[in-house]
Ligand binder design. Structure first.
Ligand code: SAM
Length: 276
């Protein structure tokens, strides 16, 4: 069956990072779906691709999908690109793919840049097992809980993070796992590209006197197996002792962390400890 939908990866910074095949398909399709038509016009004009552009972003995705599916059913060839990188990865695309599969509409993807993979392969961290976390939560309390899950994972974790929040996130990791190795890929493929490796403390020091800006991908090394624990059956006392040892915390910090991990007020953990 003839392919009707092409998901096409586009550059994450350097305009030259696009394949010949991607340009060929973009030039021959009926129209291109993109997040921001003005943004994508820069890339498309650079390669003399003059096809109609239609906006397809998280705010119009659900109502735009129906008309896109009708066009695909009528045999139109449509390309989906995002502002940068691979569509469907923290970008629109996954829902359209699901609906195409349900309607037996043939689709394929043209491989290319993806910040997560780019950062991973340059990180020096293990690549044989990894999880993609996407964007970390913006809520401070939830972030600590997310971090516990991430720090417990026995492979490398890849997160997208904003430059405004990175230092606060590093400070949380610094408390929870001061020894853990991290990598930050910043502005990958661009003029000011840098990959910085080290503990949270070292990374915080790296940006202490420089304004942190640009696009950031944060990688967290795998959990050492001795810190990988199921604490659901532990008493608060056992949990606090474990947190003190594993994360090199004093008793007060450990109680705070245990309260956050268990989703209960600090006061409740203190009371449980006093009871003993
Ligand atoms: N779909 C895209 C991909 O495949 O990489 C990701 C889109 S997501 C909305 C954008 C996030 O990806 C940024 O906030 C940043 O965390 C990460 N990112 C994108 N470009 C990057 C770059 N050049 N260097 C480092 N991280 C980047």
């Amino acid at each position: 069956m003839k392919i009707v939908l092409y998901l096409i990866a586009t550059p994450i910074g350097n305009l030259a990072d696009i394949t010949f095949r991607a340009i060929e398909i973009l030039k021959s399709c009926d129209y291109i779906l993109c997040e921001d038509t003005r943004h994508s016009a820069i890339l498309l004009n650079h390669y003399a691709i003059h096809k109609p552009l239609k906006s397809y972003h998280k705010f119009n995705e659900s109502f735009r999908t129906e008309s896109v599916l009708e066009d695909l059913e009528s045999g139109k060839i449509i390309c989906l690109i995002s502002d940068a990188g691979t569509p469907g990865i923290s970008d629109p695309g996954a829902d359209l793919v699901k609906q195409c599969i349900e309607r037996n509409l043939p689709l394929t993807a043209l491989p290319g840049p993806c910040a997560a993979i780019q950062a991973l392969i340059c990180s020096g961290l293990p690549t044989e097992r990894f999880q993609f976390w996407g964007f970390l939560t913006r809520k401070e309390n939830e972030l600590k809980r997310e971090m516990q899950i991430i720090l417990d994972y026995q492979g490398t974790t890849i997160c997208y993070e904003s430059p405004h929040r990175l230092l606060d996130t590093l400070k949380i990791i610094e408390i929870m796992q001061p020894q853990r190795l991290l990598t930050v890929g910043r502005e990958l493929t661009k003029k000011f590209e840098e990959t910085v490796r080290g503990t949270a403390t070292a990374l915080i020091a790296h940006w202490q006197n420089n304004l942190l800006k640009g696009e950031i991908t944060l990688l967290i090394s795998p959990s050492p197996s001795e810190s990988h624990q199921d604490w659901s059956t532990w008493t608060p006392e056992e949990h606090v002792e474990w947190a003190q040892q594993t994360y090199t915390l004093n008793r007060k910090e450990a109680i705070k962390l245990v309260a956050e991990l268990r989703g209960v007020p600090k006061r409740q953990v203190y009371q449980e400890l006093i009871k003993k």
